[in-house]
Every structure is written in C-alpha cells, then in structure tokens.
Design a protein around this ligand. Sequence first.
Ligand SMILES: [Zn+2]
Length: 244
Amino acid sequence: MERRISNLNHLEFRKLVEGGIDTALIPVGTIEAHGITPLGTDVIIPEAMAERIAAEVNAIIAPAVPYGITRGLVGHPGTIRIRPETFKAYIEDILESLAGAGLRNLVVLNGHGGQTTELKDALFEAGRRSGARTLLIEWWYDIDDIRETELERTGGHAGADETACVMAVEPSLVKPDLFDEKQVAFFSRSYSAYPVPGSIVIYTEGDWSLNLDQSKCEGFFDAVARRVTETITKVIEGWTASGV
Ligand SMILES: [Zn+2]
C-alpha cells in the first residue's frame, strides 16, 4: 500500500485519512559533510526509517525536509545552512497543515542533532495551535545497548552508527576509499571550533573502523527501527489512555 503523501492522489489521501489513518511520519534532516557517507545522510536515514516502520505504526509518510540547521560543519564542501527562525517556522507550517488535513499524531523523525531545540519548540507550538499531538524521535539516543550488541562501537557524527544505517539503506552510498584519518575529530567539551576540524566526529577516541560488515549494519538498522516503532506505539497508546 502506498503511504507516501507525495505519491498519493489527493482523493486517495482523503480515503486513507477517512479510513482511520491518523498518524503522519515527517522525516527531517540537514545537508552537511559526513565523512564517507553522503551529504544527505541525516535525511536519508529518517526517510528510510519512515518507510521501514510506516505500516507497523499505521502511518502515512510526509515528504522529507532535507534542509536544516547546520552550524559546526558550515564551510565544509556542500554543506547548507537554514537560519534557525526560518527552519522553525517552516516546520510549524508543515505540522499545522498536516493537522488541518486530519492527521492527529504528528511524528517527526529527526536525523540531525543540531536542530533539536528548534524542533521541540516547533512541535510544542504547532501542536498547541492545531490540537495535534506531536512527537519528536531522535533515533541515536538511548541505543547504547544496540550499538554495543550490533556494532561493538560507540558511534558519533558520521561514526559507526550513522555509517551503518547508510550501509543498510544503500551500501553503494558509502565510500570507504575516501576515508582520511585526519578528518576524524572527537566530541569534547574543552573546545569549540568553527568549522569543526573534521567531518567525522566520534564519541570515543580510537572507535573508528572501516570494517563495516553488511549484515551487522542491517542488524543495527533493524534493531533501531524496532526501537523507534516501540517508542511511537507506546507514546500513542499513552496519549489515548490519558485522553489527551
Ligand atoms: Zn548525521
């Protein structure tokens, strides 16, 4: 069954909503340098996640928002930045339109950590104005157990976890030949550099490995998708039980 709004005819869309589909998944990312994966990594992952889980959470999929609030990687080749106020207003308009079209549960699948604050504000404000219930999902949080079991890595920006997701979605998008160890930086609270001195920013020194096994990558993406599905299901059940 076609669940992507951009591929549905408007009458098909109406039929689905009248037929009881009241949840929309909205993939959101940014365009920024990502080590050996594409500039669009942060939107490629949530888009694939949406397609993977849509049937299970009985949702339709809104067209993705590829552009976002990049900061640290501005200046790296191909990176694009949207101003925070523009991004927030754009997201609010999308959410309010979806609510107006009859979708009660608006689930934003975010792929980029640099826009969490603006997304939370947009979800809260658009939800209050429209009466919709809004949920922000950031797949990379609270999955240390999955990283450890499936990848034996801690991950990071363009680290083993994001790279594994892109491998699972489309291995030909990952370019191990372009790896350069000098492009690996570490998350540190002791300094802030603009631009970030590398397009791979990992949590743990020495945690980089190019030996990404395809079946491990797919196992990781599957496990993350299951976790995201559980979260969405649980939140919607909680909303319903609470009468909100
Ligand atoms: Zn990323």
